[in-house]
Design a protein. Sequence first.
Length: 455
Amino acid sequence: MNKLTSQQRKLVYLVGIIVLLIPIIQLSLPSEGAAEKDGKKNPGGLLSQLRSKYDLGESDLGDVDASGAAINLVLLGMRGVAVNLLWIELDEQKDMKRWAEMQATTESIVRLQPHYERVWDINGWNLAYNTSTEWDAVPDRYYWVKQGAKLLKRGVARNKRSTELFYRMGKVLQHKIGVADESVEYRKYFLHDPDPVFKGGPDPELNPDGRDNYLVAKDWFLEACERELSRVQHILDRTLFRATPARCQFDYAQGLQKDGKFGEETRTAWEIARQDWTEKYGREIFHATIGSDESDIRMEMTQDDIQQVAKTPDDAVRVRRAVDQYQKMVNYRYWRMRAYAEAEQETAEAHRSFFEAKQFFKAQKFEEARAAAYAAMEGFDKLLKQPEFKDLVDEDLLCEECVLGWKIWDDIYQIHQEKVPEEYPLKWLVQLKQQNPQLMENVNKQFKRLFLENR
């Protein structure tokens, strides 16, 4: 080589480059959409075939953002540096409450890291939960909740195989809209958006069919569970994760009651919840680990079911213990019992009386409120004394409703400066729950927020 002239060496290098390019080009040939003579599509080079086999292509992961791909190409190997600088800038903008700039920075980050799921998760959560609380007006807060949900939805579109982003999307619609302090307004806005652009209807990007937020969230959780079968999630224990669609149906049934609906629609919602819980979720097989013991269990397992799968008496004890532990972890027996209890006509009437008591009390119709509250107390007293529903006494949400009804009834006696009767329905429950400071604090907060501020 040293005997070659400079021009000859350059020629050799050029030939070598061309020779090396030939296999590289062959390996990296893209697949062609057009069919060949035999009717089959050209699969492209080996790299293209591997990308197709293992779903590693850009289009296999999700929707392709041409502008984001172009930015990554221009940055070459500096994408990591640019992303770090943008994250620093985002934190500064958040501290300075520069919301418009923060949203633009978020857009830049997701363009540079479209398949890093935590980017969508963190920024969507930040908009829905943190940024929204910085605003005073509830419609403004709801706008930022929507922005967070919409960002997560875009993340799902860019990462269609993701399990966790589907879950996060459902969680925002279930928890942030359905459980937040502004949940009454948020749930109304989900059906009737305050933005005049939507002319009193829902935002079609989040709720195209005009359905309840819990039902839309349930669909997202169902999609998450479907993807979980092929791609493991790391958010919750699998038994808790798989329970989310059914729990959303329970939330929907309770939401109808809070809205003052106690007819066939609500009873149907509870029946669907029971079916989801016992016939679908309850029949799924889970691999349970208790200490060093491992078992395949179902939540809905009777002693006969256990005897059928157990090979020895020791196996039966081990499986029974696993079922008990996992049922407790997901509160399975309570929700099964609650679903059956809510199917009772007397339960629906007790909820109706409690709802009417609240409305009468806010309207300062005290005699009507006292009568309705007493009727609710009678209904719940009868329900909780039934042997099959006695464990509901340990459930705080239902007990808070019962104690709140008593507090309305008792407060009216105080208003009229009358002596409270010595005996009344639910007296035993009130005395029991008064020893629970957290429950009583929650009841007092609800009483003050719902009633005293309206006087």
